[in-house]
Ligand binder design. Sequence first.
Ligand SMILES: [Zn+2]
Length: 443
Amino acid sequence: MSLGEDVRRICQALLRFDTTNPPGNERASAEYLAGSLRDVGLDPVLLEGAPLRANMVVRYKGTGKLPPLLLTAHLDVVEADAAQWRRGPFSGDEFEGCLWGRGAVDMRHMAAMSAAVLRELARTKTKLDRDVIFAAVADEEAGCDLGSRYLVENHRSLVEAEYALGEVGGFSLHLGNSTFYPVQVAEKGFCWVRARIKGTPGHGSMPRADSVVTKLGEALSALGKTHLPVHVTSYMSEFIGAIREKQPQLLQPLVKLVAHPQLLARVARLVPNASIARSFSALLANTASATVVRAGSKTNVIPGVAEFEIDGRTLPGQTDADLMAELRHVLGPDVELEIIKSAPPVVTEPVESSVFDIIVDEVERREPGAKVVPYLIPGFTDAKYFSQAGARWYGFCPLKIERSSGIKFADMFHGNDERVPVAGLQWGAEVLASVVKRIGTTA
Ligand SMILES: [Zn+2]
C-alpha cells in the first residue's frame, strides 16, 4: 500500500472513534493504532493513567548512534455539536476532497501520519541512527494529566528523546499573497489563579456600599478592560521579521512598530480580523481571563465572600510572580490572589538546529515561494511535559491547505466542520516521512 493511501485509511478510521474529552475514552482508538503497528512487526504498548484512558507508545529501532526522535499526537478531541456540522463529527466521511470529523486537524491527522510513516519505515526496513518513538497520547484537551504528563512522570524512559515533532504547526498559512508554514518553537505558560474578596455579610433588604458582590463586579470589570503590560519577546520580533521579507500588506504596519511595543499592541488590537487581533495581542503580553465566578447562595443574603478564577498565561521570559504582580496592580489590595495550578512557558532554544534546517528544506523545496517561520503560541500543548523529559520541541504536523480551498487552519481548530484535505494530508505524510528519515541519520 502506498504511504498516501495508508495515511488516508488510518486517518479516516481514527476520525470514527468518539474520543470527546471528557470523558476521553481513548483506549479503542489507541488499540486500533497499536494493531496497525503490530501488523508490520512493531511492538506497541498501551499505558493507562486511568481506566480507558490509554496512551500508545511504539519504537522503531535505529542503531542507537544518536538519541531518539519523538513523534507525538493526542488522540482526544473537544466536543462537537452535530447539529452545527454539514457532516457528522464522527463520520470520517470523505466529502469535497476532505476527511470530515472532530480531530481532523487537532490532531488525529498527525496520529495517522506518524503511524503511516512508522509502518513505512518498518516495511522497508529503513536503517536509521536514531530510534523513532511514536507516542499517541490521551487527555491533552483537559490539561495532559493522564497523557503526556502521565507518561513523562511514570514511563519517562519510553518517551525520552532529543527532539520531538508535535503540535502546533506545519500547516499552510496564507497571508496577503504569501504562504507561510509556521513551526511552533515556544508556547506560553499558564498560571491559574483564585481571587477572593472578603467583607461583611448582611441582609439583602439593607444594601451595603462595601458589598463583596459590588467589589467583585468592579474587579471583574477592571480585569476585563485592562491590557496587561506589553513584553516583546524575541519570538515575536523574529516572527514579524521573517514575515517582513514577504511584505504582505496586512502586517506591514506592525513590522515597523516592533521597536514601539505599546503602539504595536494598540495597532494589533485594531487588526480588522477579530480572531487575528485577539491571538496577536495574546502574544505580546501576559494575559488574564476571568472565567469561573462564585458569590452568594441566597437572594436575601449579602455574602461575606466572593471568588473568581483567572486563567492567566505567561510569556516566555515571564514568571508566575511577574504575572501576579501585574494582577495585583490591576486588582488592588482588597483582592486576595492564590495560584491554583501553573506551568512555565516552553521554549526551544536555540531555534536553529539540524532538525529545523531539515524542516525548512523539505517544506520550501516542495513549496517554492513559501516560507517556514518559527512562532509562539498562546495556548499550551503536550510540549509542556515532553520537553520536561528533555526533548527540544518543534510544532510540526505538515499539512498543505490550498489557498483556493478557503479552509483556514485556525477556524478548523475546535470549530464546526473540522476537516482535513486528503491531498494535503498525503502531502504531509510524504514530508513527514522525508523529515523523519533525514533527522534519523543527522546529528
Ligand atoms: Zn490539539
